[in-house]
Structure formats: structure tokens, C-alpha cells
Design a protein. Structure first.
Length: 459
């Protein structure tokens, strides 16, 4: 019996607690969450995530003259880790020498063949010209003999003298022809030697050029700094195994860390608000306690497609004003771009605003009050008419608030704030600024706040 009484008592207690939790708690919560209308400075911001990079940097180049030796691409065999601090002259990277080394071997073989051909041509020419000189000497002797014979035949019969004259004339012509042939053969020999020498010189120059370029396949730092990998056309960092083009032979960079930029992207909905020169609050995710300031320096005119998304974004460059040794390239930043600052206005949380067709209103104790709203940011919205400073408004309205009396503004006030040069009503403002998400944000925040109120200690 005692056990049954205890069990029954426990069941009753549980039922009572459950009833209070599901009915009593919600009612109490709905009547207690109120906020006051604030007065002061209102900031409109665009918050983005960016990545730090140096404003300026010195590039570490690979071999010069790759195109001259007909090497169009080469691979990085080894490179220091990304972010390594090096001194001037320190080793940075080694490139793949395989293709150029093979070409060097082929060129060395070509040079050896041309050297052999040069020597052979030189020997052949020397032998040929020696034979021609010997022939000239012999013809000169023969000419001298014919001249002596003619002088000795002056007492001979006329026929013998005539024959001696003919032989002398023939010997003279043969000698003259041999002299001319020797001159022509000498010019030809010189031309042949010049041709072979030119080919050998060109081949040797190509070999020397290849050897010079091959020596540059070991890359050293031009000055002290931190080595940062270059990003390729696909956005990936070019480390070991990456291809270096002969048209863009940059292996890595040495950034100037004293002046940093935050590279970020703004969606097409908010890009119309962002202008060059606007102030920015910059935070670094790795060091949340540190805060920096900056300014927008560049805004892209043409958008681009985000990867794996249909969203269009525009590149925005933000220059960080301060310098800190903790800042490193590729660190993630949170950028709050201040697009507008409006002073001396009333404002409320966005969740307080409700809409009924084209009419916007708030829920106050005892009634609903029409309001005219202005610009908004991610969390709050300006109240242009309908409320006063320190008025209390329900953040989470009580049950049945739709049946409360609606207090509307007079026509003169409505017309005043709906004039063309003034702000449009909240529905138009949300549409123009791409704030279709405002009702969903309001509902999500209301649910979060309600759940927080409902949660009991220890649960």
C-alpha cells in the first residue's frame, strides 16, 4: 500500500510540473519579454569573412630564359614549408631538372660531333691546299724550263724555235690557271671552315645557355622574409609538385608584413552599400582579443560565381591601418564594414516589428501601435514615427496580441514620412535591401529567446 501511495504521489507531481511547463511557463514568458526604445547613434554595417594578405610583396622567380631553351613548364621538386622565415641567399626551392638535363646531354653530343667535323674539315682543307701549293711550284719550275729551252733554241731551225715558244706559252697559261684555281680553292676552303666553325659556335652557345639555366633550377631567397606559396589559377597554393610556367616563373613570394590587406567578398545584395573609403572594424579569428581598424580601398566592378553555389559575389579589398606581429598571411578575418552612421534616431530590435499587409506595427502593453520604420542593420531597425524614447515594446508578444486594439498614426504623419525623398515603409525597405529574411530572423530569435526562458535550471 505504501508503495502504491508513493507511486501515485509521484505521478501527480510529474503531471503538475508538466502542466506548468507547457502552459503556465509560456504564458509568463510571453508577458515578461519587453525591450525599451533606444535613442542614439545607429550604424548600418556589412559583415564579411576575409583573408589576410600582404599589400605588397617581392616575388621569388625561377630560372630565367626557360623559353630560350624551349622549356615551357617545370615542376617544383622540393620547397621550404609555407611560412618559413629565410635570410637573403637561403635555399628556397629545387625544380625538376630532368627535361633540361636530357637536352643538355643531347646538346653535348651535338657539340662533340661538330667539333669532330671541324677537325676533319680543317685537316682535309690543309691537305688539299698543300697539294695545290706543290702543284703551283711544279708548274713554276716547268715554266722556267720552257723559258730556258726557248733561249737555247735561238740557233735552231725556225720550226724548233716555234715549238719552244708554243711550249712556253702553254706552260705560262697552265701556271696562270693554277694560280687562279688556288685562289678559288682557298676562298672555298675558308668558307667551309667558317660554316663549320659557325655551327660549332652556335651549338656551344646553346650548350652554355642550357648550363646557365640549369644552374638556376636551385632557387634562393633574394632577401630576408617569410616565404609564402603562390596561388595558382585555381586558387590552390603551389607547393611540391606544382607546375611553373615559362611565362610566369614565380616560385613563391616574400610579402611585406608591415602593411596588410584583408581580401573579402560581398554578396550582390549588399555590394551597393559598399564604397571605397568606408571605415572597417577588423578582427582576427585566431586572436579574438585583438581589434584593428581599416578602410575599403577597392571594390570590384564585376561579380564572380562562388564555388559550389549560385551566389554572385564581388571582391572587396580592405587595408588594415595597424601593424601587429601576430598578423600572418592567410589568417581568417571578420570585417565589419560601416556603410552608414545615422545619429540621433530611435531604434528597436528587428524582432519587435510586425507587418499587416503594408502596415508595420509593434506590440506595447495594452495595444498595437503603428510605426514607420527606416533603415535597418542585421539586428535593429530605425523607428521614424510612432514611438518615443524609453517606450516599452514586446520582443515576444503575449498570446492573443492580434486581437489588441490597433493605434494608427494620423494621415499627416504618414504622408510626411512616405514622401518620395523620405524612407519607404518597412515592406519596401526590406525588398529594396534584400531583407526578405527579416521575418524568418525574427521568428528564429523569438523561438530562441522563448526556449531560453522555458529552460529550467538543471535541465
Amino acid at each position: 500500500m505504501k508503495k502504491q501511495i508513493l507511486i501515485a504521489t509521484g505521478v501527480v507531481i510529474v503531471v503538475i510540473i508538466a502542466m506548468w511547463y507547457f502552459w503556465g511557463g509560456e504564458s509568463a514568458t510571453g508577458e515578461t519579454i519587453r525591450v525599451r526604445v533606444k535613442h542614439g547613434e545607429f550604424r548600418i554595417t556589412v559583415t564579411t569573412t576575409g583573408e589576410l594578405e600582404a599589400k605588397s610583396s617581392e616575388e621569388i622567380y625561377g630560372p630565367e630564359g626557360l623559353q630560350r631553351v624551349r622549356i615551357w613548364q617545370t615542376k617544383i621538386d622540393d620547397i621550404v614549408p609555407d611560412g618559413t622565415v629565410v635570410d637573403s641567399g637561403d635555399w628556397v626551392a629545387t625544380l625538376d631538372r630532368t627535361e633540361l638535363s636530357n637536352r643538355v646531354k643531347d646538346q653535348e653530343l651535338e657539340v662533340e660531333q661538330l667539333e669532330t667535323q671541324f677537325t676533319k674539315t680543317q685537316l682535309d682543307t690543309t691537305l688539299e691546299m698543300r697539294n695545290l701549293r706543290d702543284e703551283l711550284i711544279n708548274l713554276k719550275y716547268a715554266l722556267e724550263e720552257r723559258r730556258i729551252t726557248l733561249e737555247n733554241s735561238k740557233y735552231e731551225p725556225p720550226a724548233t724555235i716555234r715549238q719552244a715558244e708554243i711550249d712556253l706559252d702553254r706552260a705560262q697559261r697552265a701556271y696562270n690557271q693554277a694560280v687562279k684555281n688556288y685562289s678559288l680553292k682557298l676562298e672555298k676552303a675558308r668558307a667551309n671552315m667558317q660554316d663549320v666553325s659557325t655551327q660549332l659556335s652556335k651549338a656551344q652557345n646553346r650548350l652554355n645557355e642550357m648550363m646557365e639555366v640549369l644552374g638556376q633550377f636551385t632557387v634562393f631567397a633574394p632577401k630576408s622574409g617569410m616565404v609564402i606559396y603562390k596561388r595558382g589559377w585555381d586558387g590552390k597554393k603551389m607547393g611540391v609538385g606544382a607546375q611553373i610556367s615559362s611565362w610566369d616563373n614565380v616560385v613563391a613570394t616574400l610579402p611585406n608584413l608591415t602593411v596588410m590587406n584583408s581580401k573579402t567578398f560581398v554578396n550582390e545584395i549588399d555590394i551597393s552599400k559598399v564604397k571605397a573609403g568606408q571605415p572597417v572594424e577588423v578582427g582576427i579569428d585566431a586572436f579574438p582579443e585583438k581589434k584593428f581598424t581599416g578602410s575599403v580601398t577597392q571594390v570590384a566592378n564585376i561579380g564572380e560565381q562562388m564555388k559550389n553555389s549560385n551566389a554572385k559575389v564581388f571582391e572587396v579589398m580592405i587595408e588594415v591601418n595597424e601593424f601587429d606581429s601576430v598578423m600572418r598571411p592567410a589568417m581568417t578575418t571578420k570585417n565589419v564594414i560601416i556603410t552608414d552612421v545615422i545619429r540621433d534616431v530611435l531604434y528597436l530590435p528587428v524582432e519587435c516589428i510586425h507587418s499587416n499587409d503594408s502596415l508595420s506595427y509593434v506590440v506595447t502593453p495594452g495595444s498595437r501601435r503603428q510605426v514607420i520604420v527606416g533603415k535597418s542593420n542585421e539586428n535593429e531597425i530605425i523607428i521614424r514615427a510612432g514611438l518615443d524614447e524609453d517606450d516599452e515594446v514586446y520582443l515576444v508578444p503575449p498570446e492573443g496580441y492580434e486581437d489588441m486594439r490597433l493605434v494608427t498614426l494620423d494621415r499627416e504623419t504618414i504622408e510626411k514620412y512616405r514622401a518620395p525623398e523620405e524612407e519607404p515603409p518597412v515592406a519596401d525597405t526590406m525588398q529594396a535591401e534584400g531583407r526578405d529574411r527579416m521575418p524568418r530572423m525574427r521568428e528564429d530569435k523569438m523561438k530562441q529567446r522563448t526556449a531560453g526562458e522555458r529552460r529550467k535550471p538543471g535541465q
